[in-house]
Design a protein around this ligand. Structure first.
Ligand SMILES: Nc1ncnc2c1ncn2[C@@H]1O[C@H](COP(=O)(O)OP(=O)(O)OP(=O)(O)O)[C@@H](O)[C@H]1O
Length: 545
């Protein structure tokens, strides 16, 4: 819908709204015709409202062409009248243009602008939002960087009802604007999500944004081109009803001083799992640790001197000032809570602290079930492979079977030692074969849960990390060696894995399952088919299928 203001007249009493037919089912709204007030208390008047997904919407706003219609708006009567453009009735419908003429008495054109804005806001609010927009600062203003498909809420698997609690809390906060106003309390709420990497902090924020239909404004407070004034302006321009995200907040003011790689490693796995005596691995850990904590003068100085940076007090001011947008949800994330200045996460700034840990048994099971359950039909498990045949399971019993497999999978995962992202990475290797995923999970756990890449490509060579019965080893193939080797998926020595791992009976060694680094301690399950299937999946992955 386009607002066309009659020109050459002061304070026009009527205004024409041209209702255009959508081209390719897309709505074309020239946003420059509408005023944008970033401080509008309703808040969503950001021009981003004309996002791609919203252009798809078709607006039906045609009253009868024979009868005038009247509405009351802001204590004025507004008349609607449809007029055609005078073209012959023989012209094709797509060439005809209709005009929706609105008029009122004793008013100014402002009432029409207000009417359009109100109608648009209510209309957009009623649309099912299919994507969230991500904004970040550029040249001191917010710019839309991307549009993300909405992450399904049920794809986030957290223990103890955390996500349900968060949803309730955030929804209640958004609905209580008046409650805050009556008590003179700034309508702002802050959450600190802290804990293990890959435990779902960012994913939860995306899913919450999708669920509450909020866009995300990400500010990297450690950014080189951000100073206190710019940050203040950004906070003021941030619309109400949005999520303001500050990731890795511990990195903002100090040089990050990571604990040693070894310390990190032991938090991921219990001693029995992580007590690998693999000297190479130890050497690599030590090297990595040195690299991470070493002081590198040129690099640090370069960053410090290359542009303005924000100060802690600048950040606190920006968050607290009256001008700072109301109704926004602030989310700060960190892997190292203890490194954050207490002033930043005190109540009023970060009111709620949520700890994220490695996966519990229940989480591991639910992640498994969710992963293999079809999205389109939650009671249908996809393509479960049985006896080397791919079948589509549709019965409810299969759900029970999936749950039983999930229990077996979870029982192999040590409690609170493996991140949800590591579990997800493991399951992706067995995309369509939950049975294989269950069969070999113990070996994956024993070998250190796949720390590091499973495949690395360096100097034109594909290096696969495999675990052997005798301990860790790796095999190398040239790119051609792997890619040329297409005919065999059943254990020929020319299978792209160096021809190792064949047992006398022709089965694969279990230790050759794609499982990651470290000492395998693998044993033979005597289930060659499972192993072959696992390897076939793995090979497909390595070919990028
Ligand atoms: N609890 C979870 N439920 C579902 N998926 C998860 C969960 N935790 C992690 N994942 C998956 O792992 C990946 C990484 O998760 P995410 O980025 O949310 O972790 P994070 O805690 O923000 O990590 P970091 O602290 O390193 O930024 C995502 O692809 C996500 O799908």
């Amino acid at each position: 819908m386009e607002a066309v203001y009659p020109t050459g007249r002061a304070a026009p009493r009527h205004i024409s709204l041209a209702a255009r037919r959508p081209r390719n089912n897309r709505r074309n709204i020239p946003s420059r015709h509408l005023r944008h007030d970033p401080y509008d208390s309703e808040g969503d008047e950001h021009e981003s409202d004309y996002d791609d997904e919203q252009k798809d919407a078709v607006l039906h706003a045609e009253p009868s062409s024979t009868i005038n219609q009247y509405i009351q708006f802001q204590n004025r009567t507004i008349t609607f009248q449809v007029k055609d453009d005078g073209l012959s009735s023989f012209s094709l419908p797509m060439n005809q243009k209709k005009w929706l003429v609105t008029s009122t008495f004793l008013g100014t054109h402002d009432i029409f602008t207000s009417l359009i804005q109100t109608a648009r806001r209510e209309y957009l609010a009623s649309l099912p939002k299919r994507a969230i927009s991500i904004y970040s600062p550029e040249h001191g203003s917010w710019y839309k960087k991307s549009t993300r498909t909405m992450r399904p809420w049920d794809s986030i698997i957290l223990p103890d009802g955390i996500k349900e609690w968060l949803l309730d809390d955030a929804s209640e906060f958004l609905a209580e604007k008046d409650f805050y106003a009556e008590r003179g309390v700034p309508h702002r709420r802050g959450y600190l999500l802290y804990g293990e990497p890959g435990s779902g902090k960012s994913s939860l924020i995306s899913a919450l944004a999708a669920r509450l239909k909020l866009d995300i404004y990400i500010v990297n407070i450690g950014g080189r081109y951000l100073d206190d004034d710019t940050l203040m302006n950004l906070m003021q321009d941030c619309p109400s009803r949005c999520i303001l995200l500050m990731e890795d907040i511990d990195c903002a003011f100090k040089k990050r001083n990571l604990p040693s790689a070894r310390a990190r490693h032991t938090t991921h796995h219990d001693d029995s799992v992580s007590s690998s005596t693999d000297k190479d691995q130890e050497g690599e850990d030590a090297k990595k640790e040195r690299e991470e904590t070493e002081y590198r003068p040129e690099r640090d100085d370069m960053f410090q001197n290359s542009g303005p940076t924000i100060t802690l007090s600048g950040l606190l001011n920006a968050l607290d000032r009256v001008a700072s947008s109301e109704g926004r949800l602030l989310f700060c994330t960190t892997n190292w809570k203890d490194k954050i200045d207490p002033a930043l996460c005190r109540p009023g700034r970060c009111d709620v602290w949520i700890e994220f840990k490695h996966a519990t048994h229940v989480q591991a099971r639910d992640l498994f079930v969710h992963f293999y359950r079809s999205r389109s039909n939650p009671t249908t498990s996809i393509d479960i492979i049985k006896n080397n045949q791919s079948i589509l399971s549709t019965k409810h019993e299969d759900d029970a079977e999936l749950l039983a497999l999930g229990e077996r999978f979870a029982s192999a995962i040590p409690q609170d030692t493996v991140s949800a992202s590591a579990l997800q990475g493991y399951l992706i290797r067995f995309k369509r074969d939950p049975h294989a995923a269950v069969e070999v999970v113990r070996h994956w756990v024993e070998s250190g849960c796949g720390q590091g890449p499973t495949i690395s490509i360096k100097d034109g060579k594909v290096q696969e990390r495999v675990v052997d019965e005798g301990g860790s080893s790796s095999s190398e193939e040239t790119m051609n060696g792997v890619l040329d080797n297409k005919e065999d998926t059943h254990g020929s020595p020319r299978d792209g894995f160096g021809g190792k791992g064949i047992l006398p009976n022709g089965d694969r060694k279990v230790g050759y399952i794609p499982n990651g680094w470290g000492n395998g301690n693998a044993t033979n399950h005597g289930n060659g088919n499972i192993i072959r299937r696992a390897r076939t999946h793995f090979r497909s992955l390595s070919r990028g299928k």
